[in-house]
Design a protein around this ligand. Structure first.
Ligand code: ZN
Length: 429
């Protein structure tokens, strides 16, 4: 079996093949650190964490890059409302975000990149787009001209008439000065007097949101790389814009081999929003549930699914996490050192079967809802009555698949379970 991933652009589930000989490039659009993290953000991040872990389990080296949108319209608006410096606001929320994600056992990216540290790379990209005729300067703004891009819409598959309302809902301002088409998106714009500003060939100002991710992903992963992820709501216009400007600037196609999008989280069928007061906050859940319980709840859904949050399901996941931990503990009491589980021929046939079906589910576009029952079946084998060798193999297999692949902690030392570890290895570039 080989890993197959569903690519949003081609809408095909295809075998995963790295582009070159180097590490697999994985870029995931990260947070704009101006507000408290909710469970929807955690679902996106943990979905790609499972992908990251599974790729490593399969033997790939992965260069994982995630950005921090520390300058854009939203964070500047919030900073103005609070009367706080936008960088201080961003740092405050970054610290909280990293602590919450560490509690969920998220492997931090190798490069956690700040937009404000990559302005020269963004300007270089904009300069190339202006030079190639894909962008134009108007009234101290630089816009990407979507008329220069016949393929615009190839990722989201949206008809032209459906694009504008969605873009407007997600930050597009159709009547900005000098725009030739209301869908043309901002690459560079003058800053308001109280906003940060950088010198540029087009006048002092700041970058548009979309160009940030193109510049940062290519700075670390090159002009073409394997996997780009993000929440479903970023597919249009954000990722559509990223493809357009990256391919136009480099002349290389495709910019990204596999586009993966995580589903959205709703509460009683409604989108989570601050105005509706229905945000499910990670911080609050961590007051009641372990990181493992929350992670198990999230991975019980396929990463592309829309999740309608139900606390009863989270409670059930909490009980299941306890059963998985118990299986690990029973096996460790019998055999404190991990036995070799690498050779399927040396495994009990029942255990080998569960392992094979678990991995087959993961190979099917990370179909965790079918992988989890195999994990639970392995845990159920760990009874006091069962033969010793079977229990040892089953319990240690729960740890191998549950911890290495799904990222559960499965801590068997009392007290360690609830501990939120300090983030390690996060390099903020
Ligand atoms: Zn992005």
């Amino acid at each position: 079996m080989t890993l197959r991933l569903l690519d949003s652009r081609t809408e095909q589930k295809v075998p995963f093949e790295p582009i070159g000989g180097g590490p697999v490039g994985l870029y995931v659009c990260g947070v704009t650190p101006y507000d408290t993290g909710h469970l929807g953000h955690a679902f996106t991040n943990l979905s790609f964490d499972v992908l990251h872990r599974y790729l490593e389990y399969l033997g790939y080296q992965v260069t994982y890059v995630q950005n921090l949108t520390d300058v854009d319209d939203d964070i500047l608006r919030k900073a103005r409302e609070l009367g706080e410096d936008y960088l201080e606001l961003g740092n405050r929320h970054l610290t909280t975000f990293l602590a919450e994600m560490a509690a969920l056992n998220w492997l931090p990216p190798e490069h956690l990149t700040r937009a404000t540290k990559h302005i020269p790379q963004m300007q270089e990209l904009i300069r190339q787009l202006v030079a190639s005729g894909n962008a134009y300067v108007a009234d101290r703004h630089v816009y990407y001209s979507i008329a220069s891009r016949p393929q615009f819409g190839e990722l989201s598959h949206l008809p032209r008439e459906a694009m504008l309302p969605i873009a407007n809902e997600r930050g597009n301002v159709p009547d900005m000065p000098g725009k030739r088409d209301p869908l043309d998106f901002v690459l560079w714009q003058p800053s308001a007097p109280d906003e940060p500003s950088w010198e540029s060939p087009w006048g002092p100002g700041r970058p548009g949101w979309h160009v940030e991710c193109s510049a940062m992903s290519m700075a670390y992963l090159g002009p073409q790389f394997e996997i780009h992820g993000g929440g479903q709501d970023l597919m249009f216009p954000h990722h559509e814009a990223e493809i357009a400007q990256s391919e136009a600037a480099t002349g290389r196609r495709p910019f990204v081999a596999y586009w993966l999008h995580a589903g959205m989280l709703t509460v009683r069928g409604e989108k989570m929003s601050k105005s509706l007061g229905n945000l499910v906050l990670v911080r609050e859940l961590l007051g009641t549930y372990s990181g493992d319980a929350i992670r198990l709840y999230l991975v019980s859904h396929h990463y592309r699914d829309e999740i309608d949050f139900d606390e009863a399901d989270l409670e059930a996941s909490s009980r299941q996490a306890a059963l998985l931990r118990r299986a690990c503990r029973v096996a460790e009491e019998l055999e404190p050192l991990a036995p070799s589980l690498a050779d399927p021929a040396a495994l009990d046939p029942t255990i080998a079967g569960h392992r094979a079906r678990f991995l087959a589910a993961m190979d099917d576009d990370l179909y965790t809802p079918a992988a989890l029952p195999e994990l639970h079946a392995l845990a159920a084998l760990c009874t006091r009555e069962a033969p010793r060798d079977l229990v040892v193999q089953a319990g240690w297999m729960v740890r191998e698949l549950g911890a290495r692949v799904l990222g559960l902690r499965l801590a068997t030392v009392p007290g360690a379970m609830e501990m939120a570890e300090q983030p390690e290895g996060a390099i903020v570039a």
